[in-house]
Design a protein around this ligand. Structure first.
Ligand code: DC
Length: 228
């Protein structure tokens, strides 16, 4: 079973997706981290994010261990990630890895919760649950500033807001896999909500779908063992 959680930066989707996965006993994948890992590799190699060939080469060199690098969470890496994410060949490389996680989540989990920009539209268009988590730009910028300051990083709100606006535009206007809600997504605007309220709203949408899927699965298993 797949739960897709898409939305713009700092809308609260990461926290929400992680908590949902915990509550459901599902595996969690932050797909943005993959794009960030390519962004960081590009930064370290001193390559321009606009140099498609060099970026693709960097993307091929990214391994699982790179996903633990604390630099991945920096603002600069987020911006480069959004730039490399417009390159179709980069998206194709990362798509394989995302789909295989969704299809074969780690053993012992009941499914996967995947957060990103295009999970419900491109990566897993057949996901059983699709959430599109959003919030207005000013609220998102404020949240990002607080997050950065909590991590001891300096942050100027007007600059964070301008950069976030630029990133939203690039993510929404790129030629492929653009950031937009799937037609069948449940839209959750968290502008006026704290994380607990957002979680209960999301669970109210997801939980009935999970239990009906689980009971169907249990019924199928029952039929199979009766037949054997
Ligand atoms: O979710 P994030 O802020 O960590 O993502 C960083 C960038 O990666 C984002 O601006 C666009 C890109 N991205 C993407 O294009 N598709 C995804 N599924 C996830 C992230």
């Amino acid at each position: 079973m797949i739960v897709a959680v898409d939305g713009p930066a700092a809308a609260g989707k990461g926290t929400l997706a992680c908590r949902l996965a915990e509550r459901l006993g599902f595996a969690y994948m932050d797909t943005g981290l993959l794009y960030r890992a390519v962004g960081l590799a590009v930064l370290r190699r001193g390559v321009s994010p606009g140099n498609g060939e060099a970026v693709v080469e960097a993307a091929h060199g990214v391994h699982a261990a790179a996903l633990a690098d604390p630099m991945l969470r920096s603002e600069i890496v987020g911006h480069i990630a959004s730039q490399v994410a417009v390159i179709p060949a980069v998206r194709a490389i990362l798509l394989t890895c995302q789909r295989s996680f969704a299809r074969y989540p780690p053993e012992g989990t009941g499914g996967a919760v995947m957060d990103g920009r295009d999970v419900g539209t491109v990566v897993c268009p057949h996901a059983e649950c699709k959430l599109f988590v959003t919030a207005n730009l000013a609220v998102r910028a404020k949240r990002r500033v607080n997050e950065l300051r909590e991590r001891g990083m300096p942050a100027i709100e007007s600059q964070v807001l301008a950069k976030m606006h630029e990133r939203d535009r690039r993510d929404q206007e790129r030629a492929i896999a653009l950031l937009r809600p799937a037609e069948d997504a449940f839209i959750l605007d968290t502008s006026e909500m704290n994380a607990d309220v957002a979680l209960s709203m999301a669970l109210a949408y997801v939980a009935p779908k999970v239990s009906s899927r689980m009971s169907l699965h249990a019924r199928d298993q029952g039929c199979r063992s009766e037949r054997s």
